[in-house]
Design a protein around this ligand. Structure first.
Ligand SMILES: Cc1cc2nc3c(=O)[nH]c(=O)nc-3n(C[C@H](O)[C@H](O)[C@H](O)COP(=O)(O)O)c2cc1C
Length: 319
């Protein structure tokens, strides 16, 4: 069932809560991201307050293949949430077992599940059962809780044996959060020891990084998160490098067009004052490393109007 996803190592956009909304995902898709995933959606929220929570799960047809990621720690609630998502017809369901954020692990969810593997197994089995073989199920996890508990290999094998169709590994510990360097050796070891596809994730910032991760780990897919913020063209550059050994630099016109498209897309989905606030962080990423970046970011952070935002961008990126 999952083989269509993995004819060649595919390029995934990582779930990034607060960033990978539909407008940004669509931009990444236009720039070559091959598989998209929602940000983490609370299974409890889907059951208790579905109208408000489900907005995080919605996607456009254009975004396929599309996975919805859920988090929680109660196997029956996770299963019920997965069934609730079925009418949306995602292409797969992903289980978040990697989030290190306090408010998630306090509930025994996210990466806390790596400390309770038997509960993680129950979750995978119940969700798998709820999906009735209609949809592939993936699990995204980390190297372990801390350096003394690097259980990614046992955990990955357990997830496979419980019914996961593919795995995604971000090889940092939960304790590390996002500091230090991800250890790609863990991806290689996991890939060597399971028979289902393994997606490698962590610190791909350039097309060369993507090629290196692929060569070093032999993984079945590459997942890019922070590297795509303000640089969605990274996906097409990665694909070009993987295919032919070279890639084209983006032009200023490309960057400008992408930012304007990003603003227009945000406005399609949100009211102006919300769109402007949410766009601030995203647009600041586009200005990193450009001449006059700090002044530009200051202006971006102090406007409340889309028209003004566009003007700031047009002036800030002269052709
Ligand atoms: C702001 C932010 C939000 C994130 N949200 C999620 C999330 O909702 N679900 C998830 O599985 N991982 C989440 N992650 C982790 C990323 O998906 C990814 O595993 C991590 O950033 C490492 O990949 P990268 O180096 O390519 O960014 C988040 C990371 C960041 C920085």
């Amino acid at each position: 069932m999952t083989t269509y996803l993995f004819k060649e190592p595919l390029l995934f956009l990582a779930p990034l809560a607060g960033y990978t909304d539909s407008p940004f995902r669509q931009i990444c898709k236009q720039w070559g991201a091959e598989v998209l995933i929602s940000e983490m959606v609370s299974a409890d929220g889907i059951i208790r307050d579905s109208d408000k929570t489900l907005q995080y799960a919605y996607f456009e047809e254009f975004e396929r293949p599309f996975g919805i990621q859920i988090f929680g720690n109660d196997p029956l609630i996770m299963a019920k949430a997965a069934s609730t998502l079925l009418p949306l017809k995602p292409d797969f369901i992903d289980l978040n077992m990697g989030c290190p954020v306090k408010k998630v692990i306090r509930r025994g969810a996210g990466s806390a599940l790596m400390q309770t593997p038997s509960l993680a197994v129950k979750i995978v089995k119940e969700v798998k059962n709820a999906l009735q073989d209609c949809l592939p199920l993936s699990v995204k996890f980390r190297s372990g809780w801390d350096m003394q508990n690097l259980n990614f290999l046992d955990f990955g094998i357990l997830m496979q044996d419980s019914g996961a169709d593919f795995l995604c590994l971000h090889p940092r510990t939960s304790r590390q959060m996002f500091s230090g360097i991800s250890n790609w050796e863990h991806i290689k070891i996991l890939k060597q020891n399971v028979s289902i596809p393994v997606i490698g994730n962590g610190d791909i910032k350039t097309p060369e990084d993507a090629l290196t991760m692929l060569r070093e780990t032999n993984c079945d897919g590459l997942m890019i998160g922070r590297g795509a913020l303000g640089k969605p063209w990274l996906f097409s550059q990665c694909r070009e490098l993987l295919k032919g050994g070279t890639y084209k630099p983006v032009t200023r016109q490309d960057i400008l067009n992408t930012i304007i498209l990003h603003i227009d897309k945000a406005l399609q989905y949100k009211q102006e004052y919300i769109a402007v606030r949410e766009l601030r962080a995203q647009l600041c990423f586009y200005t990193k490393g450009i001449l006059g970046g700090p002044e530009l970011r200051n202006k971006i952070n102090h406007t409340d109007s889309i028209a003004e935002l566009k003007e700031i961008i047009l002036k800030g990126f002269p052709l």
